[in-house]
Design a protein around this ligand. Structure first.
Ligand code: DAT
Ligand code: MG
Length: 141
């Protein structure tokens, strides 16, 4: 298999809870390379492009509000199989259902909020990865 690149976000809850190091450690310990990394507060343009597939869903307004509420860390990780590999490290979307051992399963939980707070985003396909890397790191295109 040839090397892939994936776009990962450490969402505002990960930054606010001081979990950047723990999550980056898991990505590095798995053996993936981090080839770009930046912390910033996302703009509404970046979030509209990033979450275009979810526009119109009931949780969309809460999702973009949460993602813009505080700084996040965007990064690109590289390695054979990194797209499904990071999705596996992250675990299922709902942290209650995410398996122990995964980032969401070990470090996140459910709250009574309009949007699920689950610490991380990872691209779900090669097509999503190229689209998302171009949004967050246009210089890598
Ligand atoms: P994932 O982040 O696992 O790829 P997704 O792309 O389906 O999940 O959704 C994007 C984010 O939106 C997800 O990480 C958390 C939030 N979300 C998804 N489904 C939701 C729901 N039913 N209620 C509240 N928030 C939701
Ligand atoms: Mg998704």
């Amino acid at each position: 298999m040839t090397a892939q690149r994936t776009l990962i976000l450490l969402k505002p809850d990960a930054v606010q809870r001081g979990l950047r190091g723990e999550i980056l450690r898991r990505i590095e310990a798995k053996g993936y390379d981090i080839i770009a990394l930046a912390q910033r507060t996302a703009t509404s343009e970046e979030l509209a492009a990033h979450y275009a597939e979810h526009e119109g869903k009931p949780f969309y307004p809460g999702l973009v509000e949460y993602m813009a509420s505080a700084p996040l860390v965007a990064l690109v990780a590289e390695g054979e199989g990194v797209i499904p590999g990071f999705r596996s490290l992250a675990g299922k979307t709902n942290p209650t259902e995410a398996a122990p051992g995964s980032i969401r399963g070990d470090l996140a939980r459910e709250w009574d909020l309009p949007v699920i707070q689950n610490l991380v985003h990872g691209s779900d396909s090669e097509e999503s990865a190229s689209r998302e890397i171009a949004i967050w790191f246009p210089e890598l295109g």
